[in-house]
Ligand binder design. Structure first.
Ligand code: CMC
Length: 393
């Protein structure tokens, strides 16, 4: 069987070779296709970054227009797919609603299930980039009991998403451009992060030659967990807990985390790869200040977050373990100021990560070294023993 290396959590195992995203965790560097994240956040747009990740280069004007036009033509959901939403309980978390609806795309588009048919993969790519935003908005509408709005393809992807989320049929909804831009930047910051848990899941599922919809649906489920995408929701719940149950006493909470009370962790802190300030967190913190000022909101949770960060960065427990704020630490405060309920936060992460998942799935399918993902194990169960009939046990 050869030599097997025990590597829990795949800390030191490279599962693939990839040209998509470069991270230097010690230096706090993140680049998509070689371009630094701060340049993309400042100058690019989410759809352009999506093109960059998926196709490996910045698009020309003509390529970009063709890409966005195709996406805008696929934003509608099949009327039968819309009926799926009726079956979920009203208080369903929108993440499993999202993953279920994306999984169901395999049943509606059986023409695009061959992972080696280039045209089919292209069509699935465009369908996903368009429809996942509509599905996400409907998952929200379902949770508040409001009617679904049809997409308006004269609007941009993010503007359309905001309108389908917060708009009502009877009232025109004017998207605030500053608001849309802030969300667009947050999507850029989440767009890829190499072999994180959900992306590795997309690759693992896809390695069996499962189609793009099935693989992305699995990725959404992996993202749901609180140690991954679910952390943005967990951060806000933690801040709320500190504000109410702990009377804003940040010091006491940090001491509890250090004492590992009930396995408590400082949510939004620490990262498998970054052992320095997460470059995305720096940008998010700046947006948090800008958005809250722009919306005229003063949120005590932002003050608690800043006090927590200050306390943790000066504390030897966090310094020794090289724990810094990650991308999720400040996003929740912004989403909340924008009007999203806590349960939608991880859905917003999924929307951002979508082009990264697609890019990785496509890269893998075109990789001649690709093999089915099949880790080994170290068996530590009982040695061979005989079966005992039930009457003699
Ligand atoms: N609060 C307190 N202690 C922590 C934390 C934290 N957030 N994160 C790690 N530690 C401690 C941990 O207890 C361990 O201490 P010791 O060596 O004494 O046992 C040490 O730091 C190393 O931790 P680890 O669990 O071995 O590190 P990991 O690389 O396996 O975990 C992580 C990375 C992100 C899962 C972890 O830092 C964590 O749980 N953070 C909180 C959840 C979170 O914010 N997740 C979002 C990650 S960024 C967005 C994304 O990619 O999803």
């Amino acid at each position: 069987t050869g030599l097997v290396t025990y590597d829990p959590g795949f800390n030191s195992t490279a599962s693939c070779m990839s040209k998509i995203t470069y991270i230097d965790g010690d230096a706090g560097i993140l680049e998509y296709r070689g371009i630094p994240i701060d340049q993309l956040a400042e100058k690019s747009t989410f759809l352009e970054v999506s093109y960059l990740l998926i196709y490996g280069k910045l698009p020309t004007r003509a390529e970009f227009d063709a890409f966005t036009t195709k996406i805008s033509r696929h934003t509608l959901l099949h009327e039968d797919l819309k009926r799926f939403f009726d079956g979920f309980p009203r208080d369903a978390h929108p993440m499993p609603v999202l993953s279920s609806a994306v999984s169901a795309l395999s049943t509606f588009y059986q023409d695009s299930l061959d992972p080696f048919d280039e045209d089919a993969v292209e069509l699935s790519t465009v369908r996903l980039m368009a429809k996942v935003f509509t599905i996400a908005a409907y998952a929200y509408k379902k949770s508040v009991g409001q009617p679904f709005l049809y997409p308006d393809n004269s609007q941009g992807l993010v503007e359309n998403f905001l309108r389908m989320t917060f708009g009502l049929p009877a009232e025109p909804y004017d998207v605030d451009p500053a608001f849309a831009r802030a969300l667009d930047i947050l999507l850029i910051l989440h767009a890829d992060h190499e072999q994180n848990c959900s992306t590795s899941t997309v690759r693992l599922v896809g390695s069996s030659q499962a189609n793009l919809f099935a693989s992305i649906s699995a990725g959404i489920n992996a993202l749901f967990g609180p140690l991954h995408g679910g952390a943005n929701q967990a951060v806000l719940e933690m801040l709320e807990h500190i504000r109410t149950a702990e009377n804003g006493n940040v010091e006491a909470f940090v001491e509890r985390v250090k004492g590992r009370e009930q396995g408590a962790r400082l949510m939004g802190f620490g990262h498998r790869v970054y052992k320095n300030y997460d470059p995305r967190a720096r940008i998010v913190k700046q947006i948090a200040d800008e958005v809250l000022i722009k919306l005229g909101v003063s949120d005590p949770l932002l003050d608690i977050a800043k006090a927590l960060e200050e306390k943790a960065l000066a504390d030897s427990y966090f310094v020794e373990r090289r724990l810094y704020p990650n991308v999720d630490f400040y996003t929740g405060v912004i989403y909340r100021a924008m009007g999203f309920p806590t349960r939608m936060f991880t859905v917003l992460f999924a929307l951002g990560r979508l082009p990264g998942w697609i890019a990785h799935w496509r890269e893998m399918m075109n990789d001649p070294h690709n093999k089915i993902g099949r880790p080994r194990q170290v068996y530590i169960g009982p040695a061979k023993r005989d079966y005992v009939p039930i009457a003699q046990r």
